[in-house]
Write a protein that binds this ligand. Structure first.
Ligand code: ATP
Length: 478
């Protein structure tokens, strides 16, 4: 890459960086932009987070910069970590004194001493993240790249600055970061670096699950997540952090009948979804849609391979996976569960003789997530046979049309009971409870079955009949 110091200077010649430069010169401190910001400059990607390293006194430099910036500036000191953060308008700048780190074998927490710029670059994870631009006036825009990060950027390579066994053993989270950067940037992991991940994979166990999951989410959100998952699988990390996905691997054959390899199928579905949406939880649903296939797999001499109820069993497996991964246990998880449990339903609605009632039930069960469910089902088509793909996509177009027609007619997607509970309670002078619940459920079922329209008066009449069957008498006439 042929980029001159003038080009770098022009890029970083902003009032903010000039101000940091002045502050550092006044304190006679060497000071550099480092890490992601520098990497992203060469990748022509915008970078909002800025890391500044000063040789000594990183916190004091941050204090001086904050004073100079004045209004719209927030300074936060993390004295224990020896870092400081400035938020100025929508930019976040992290300040740190250059450091030398040494590690013990049982912890990601290093022993830290003051160091030179090169010590600081050595402790960085990858060569592409270890480049620095000088901010001092006399060397403004000078690139410091002792580990040839620029060359690795050009060659699309993730490589550690030091012996990779040391880098990964010191902080095993870096193994996840290697895979994550490879997935985000479409880079390869350098063979030596890759082999060291394989050797050190068990050390991922000393990293907190939250940090591992953060990286996993970034892999899932990358443009082609399969790159990351295949690397996780090949390095042996996936077996440790996500054994349920490894269980999807392999294709068994019996009496000449095989089934598809559900690991690679799942990754194709995830890649397909990633082309459609950045929605993290929809991507999680794609990753988990077939998660119960291994536990439900049976050989049936008549039908061949079957995976009965893998949708419902999959839904039930999700809470334990989310708990272990420290993922949210709230409506986001419920959303993933819902899509996994419903992912076989649209396909069952293709046939001509499908009843309106089946369609109403899907609309009711999926509610506002129906569109995303259809997107997942379309992504689930991974056949290599273009004729089949065309036919399946055509089928889903038919289902979409049926869904739209029924929704226009019956409005069950956001089902609101046409007769409300209070009205029933007053009519029979009953408290909230089982009887009211039964009557409301009967109304809902009758509407979904198409016995009555989704309207108040029809539902009211139906409810009176049901109540009579149950031996209830109204205490007041309507
Ligand atoms: P992104 O913003 O996409 O996460 P980034 O490289 O900016 O990418 P940060 O986590 O903000 O990621 O890290 C900033 C810099 O700090 C990195 O570029 C790298 O130099 C260094 N760094 C971060 N985490 C580690 C780590 N675990 N080990 C070594 N260096 C690290």
């Amino acid at each position: 890459m042929n980029i001159s110091q003038e080009e770098i200077q022009a890029y970083i010649d902003t009032p903010l960086f000039r101000l940091i430069s002045r502050a550092a010169d006044e304190m006679q401190l060497e000071c550099y932009l480092i890490g992601g910001f520098v990497r992203d400059f060469f990748l022509c990607r915008p970078s909002k987070d800025v890391d500044v390293v000063a040789i000594g006194k990183g916190i004091e430099l941050a204090e001086s910069v904050a004073r100079k910036l004045g209004r719209h500036t927030r300074l936060t000191l993390f004295k224990n970590f020896g870092t400081a953060q400035i938020k100025h308008k929508d930019v976040e700048i992290e300040f740190v004194g250059a450091r030398k780190e040494s590690y013990r074998s049982d912890s990601r927490k290093p022993i830290v001493e003051d160091g030179t710029l090169e010590d600081d670059q050595r402790r960085r994870d990858f060569t592409i993240n270890a480049m620095a631009f000088c901010l001092n006036r006399d060397r403004f825009g000078q690139l410091l790249d002792p580990f040839n990060g620029l060359q690795d950027l050009e060659d699309l390579i993730i490589r550690t600055p030091l012996d990779p066994d040391i880098t990964f053993s010191d902080d095993p989270l870096r193994m996840m970061r290697a895979v994550r950067f490879a997935a985000q940037l479409g880079f390869d992991i350098y063979p030596d670096t890759f082999d060291a991940i394989v050797r050190n994979r068990e050390r991922i166990g000393i990293v907190s699950m939250e940090r591992v999951t953060d990286e996993l989410n970034k892999i899932i959100l990358s443009p082609k997540p399969s790159i990351g998952f295949i690397l996780l699988e090949k390095t042996g990390l996936l077996e440790i952090i996500f054994p349920e996905l490894i269980a999807l691997k392999g294709a068994e054959t019996k009496e000449g009948v095989g089934h598809k390899d559900n690991f690679y199928h799942t990754l194709s579905v995830l890649d397909n979804i990633a082309r459609q949406t950045d929605h993290l939880w929809l991507r999680w649903a794609a990753l988990l849609h077939d998660i119960a296939k291994p536990v439900t797999k049976r050989w049936d001499p008549k039908q061949g391979w079957t995976f009965h109820n893998h949708d419902f069993i999959g839904e039930k497996m999700i809470p334990a996976i989310f708990r272990r991964m420290k993922l949210p246990q709230n409506e986001k998880m419920k959303y993933v569960q819902k899509l996994v449990s419903l992912h076989m339903r649209p396909m069952q609605l293709v046939e001509d003789e499908v009843t309106d009632s089946a369609i109403r039930r899907l609309l009711f069960d999926a509610g506002d997530d129906i569109e995303e469910l259809m997107t997942l089902c379309e992504a689930d088509i991974t056949s290599k046979n273009p004729e089949k793909v065309r036919r399946f996509l055509g089928n889903f177009r038919i289902v979409r049309r049926k869904l739209q027609e029924i929704e226009e007619k019956d409005r069950v997607r956001n089902f609101q009971p046409p007769v409300d509970g209070n009205e029933i309670m007053e009519l029979f002078a009953l408290p909230q409870g089982r009887v009211i619940g039964l009557l409301k459920a009967a109304i809902k079922e009758a509407i979904l079955d198409g016995e009555i329209p989704n309207e108040h008066d029809a539902a009211y009449r139906f409810m009176l009949e049901k109540a009579e069957e149950m031996g209830l008498t109204p205490v007041k006439e309507r």
